[in-house]
Design a protein around this ligand. Structure first.
Ligand SMILES: NC(=O)c1ccc[n+]([C@@H]2O[C@H](COP(=O)([O-])OP(=O)(O)OC[C@H]3O[C@@H](n4cnc5c(N)ncnc54)[C@H](OP(=O)(O)O)[C@@H]3O)[C@@H](O)[C@H]2O)c1
Length: 243
């Protein structure tokens, strides 16, 4: 079977108060999303390609601050001209906007998230963030949007939809932020790559952290597609969340 094509997803109109949310993660066979502190080494080049194909559909991409600190965060398309071309033909900006959410304001200001000139970045900062850190982030020239304590995720989503006009958000982890999106009932589809590797360990994290659900309230999903790829040994899964 050939790899899936994620460049042209048929997505419904978003709700009025948030973008339509796609979650994309890569996971080992034993259900882990990090090896030696980052996701690198779990997915293949094909998985990387699909991650970029998903970005073609997105108006905005989001990572939690911990992922930004550990792995970096960028909306670029890996220099793949064909993907940039598709966005251009659809009248979209070259790259989606990239965003992060933080309460501490402890962010790696030397990363391209803050320094690159070829994409826009937005920092959603909780009102509890120390003022000195807020000022340091603002000094990078990036947009900082204050979100209220306890209501950070819904407030951020409303801003994305209503102020930035974002229709499609691609959530690229990590698991702490993913958990909050599920709690807010704000994940519409899950793209999950299963990579043929074992990570092991009892303290290695899985795609969704946070407090466990009860059987009766656990989010349930419907399978849209499952594509095995012999060359990389991966399986590419796409699910829709039942709301
Ligand atoms: N396999 C994969 O596909 C994949 C994808 C993404 C990431 N990862 C891995 O996942 C790891 C990081 O995941 P993680 O779960 O530890 O962290 P995370 O979800 O990336 O980020 C958590 C951080 O986001 C901020 N945050 C989350 N909710 C918030 C809220 N309601 N209000 C304000 N700030 C909020 C906080 O930042 P502050 O601490 O700044 O307050 C929090 O510490 C990394 O090792 C990364 O490599 C793997």
């Amino acid at each position: 079977m050939p790899k899936p094509d994620y460049t042209s997803l048929d997505l419904p109109e978003p709700p009025g108060d948030r973008p339509y949310v796609l979650l994309n993660m890569v996971m080992s066979i034993d259900g882990k999303v990090v090896i030696e502190e980052t996701e690198q080494g779990i997915g293949s080049a094909v998985d990387q390609r699909l991650m970029r194909e998903l970005r073609v559909n997105a108006d905005i991409i989001l990572n939690g601050a911990s992922t930004l600190r550990k792995s970096g965060s960028s909306p670029r398309l890996g220099g793949i001209q064909e993907l940039e071309q598709i966005r251009a033909e659809r009248g979209l900006t070259r790259f989606p906007v990239v965003a992060t959410l933080s309460a501490s304001g402890n962010l790696p200001l030397e990363r391209i998230f803050f320094t690159a000139g070829d994409f826009q970045a937005v920092i959603y900062l909780s009102e509890v963030a120390p003022e000195v850190r807020r000022r340091a982030i603002e000094a990078t020239g990036r947009s900082v949007v204050t979100v209220p304590r306890g209501g950070e995720v819904p407030s951020m989503l409303r801003h994305m939809r209503n102020e930035l006009g974002a229709k499609v958000l691609l959530l690229e982890g990590g698991p702490t932020l993913n958990a909050q999106f599920f709690r807010e009932n704000a994940v519409d589809e899950v793209f999950l790559t299963v990579g043929p590797v074992i990570v092991g360990g009892s303290d290695t994290i899985t795609p969704v952290e946070g407090t466990p659900y009860l059987r009766a309230t656990a989010p349930r999903l419907d399978l849209i597609s499952a594509v095995p790829l012999e060359e990389s040994g991966e399986v590419f899964l796409r699910y829709r969340v039942r709301h």
